[in-house]
Ligand binder design. Structure first.
Ligand code: ADE
Length: 233
């Protein structure tokens, strides 16, 4: 039977899902509270991982080991890396990579984790396609894009750094957890998708834009997750 692990880094990225789910059980592990229950009639485990890649990877591993989830969805907000992707729009991952991994000195492409055999971790094509089609139904007024999510332990608020991320990785959006969740899901052979609503443009305006738009953006991503859950096969 399907059981979907849903990870948001911050409370505001999972608070709507927590309010709307029927909670059966609460388990604390690694200082994270895992809520087991149903949402939209689907078995789920909803958890706030905390910010950054280490928290996110730990969280995904616990979902695999202790809850035996069949799918992982990462919901939340991100900075846009494309001019046409605006605040409020949604990016669904094709794949995800660590933009702050650099072992070029030993011949690995920038972003590739040595000995993993891939530069980026591929999202599950069916989950991604479902997220895109559901987004058009649930959020018909906003644009949805499918592309690469790049993650690092940095909040990007600088035009120059943003330019490098675009040039080096052709990312659609930047955030701080997705690649770590993707990485853990890949190692555990669990299908995953990252769904991120844009809260800022990851440039010099980001520091101002982010606090103004994070809550509304996070809620859009959550609404999409809730809507797509019963349609996951
Ligand atoms: N999450 C939301 N916006 C972000 C940004 N600009 N950089 C990193 N993570 C983010």
């Amino acid at each position: 039977m399907k059981k979907v692990g849903i990870i948001g880094a911050m409370e505001l990225e999972v608070e709507v899902l927590k309010e709307r789910m029927e909670i059966r059980n609460r388990l604390e592990k690694a200082s994270m509270e895992f809520l087991e229950g149903t949402l939209s009639g689907t078995e789920v485990v909803v958890v706030r991982s905390g910010i950054g890649k280490v928290n996110a990877a730990l969280c995904a591993q616990i979902l695999c080991d202790c809850f035996e989830v069949t799918h992982i969805i990462n919901t939340g907000v991100a900075g846009s890396l494309k001019n046409e992707i605006n605040i409020g729009d949604i990016v669904v991952s094709t794949d995800a990579l660590h933009h702050d991994m650099d072992v070029q000195v030993f011949g690995y492409p920038l972003g590739e984790v040595p000995q993993m055999g891939c530069l980026a971790f591929q999202a599950d094509a069916k989950l991604a396609q479902l997220a895109v089609s559901c987004c058009k139904e649930v959020n018909p007024d906003i644009a949805v894009y499918q592309g690469r999510v790049v993650s690092g332990d940095q909040f990007i608020s600088d035009k120059g750094i943003k330019g490098k991320l675009i040039q080096n990785f052709q990312g659609y959006c930047v955030e701080m957890e997705g690649a770590a969740i993707a990485h853990a899901a890949y190692l555990n052979h669990v299908p995953f998708v990252i769904i991120r609503a844009i809260s800022d443009k990851a440039d010099d305006s980001a520091q101002m834009a982010y606090p103004a738009f994070e809550k509304a953006a996070a809620a859009r991503s959550e609404a999409l997750v809730e809507y797509m859950l019963p349609k996951i096969l």
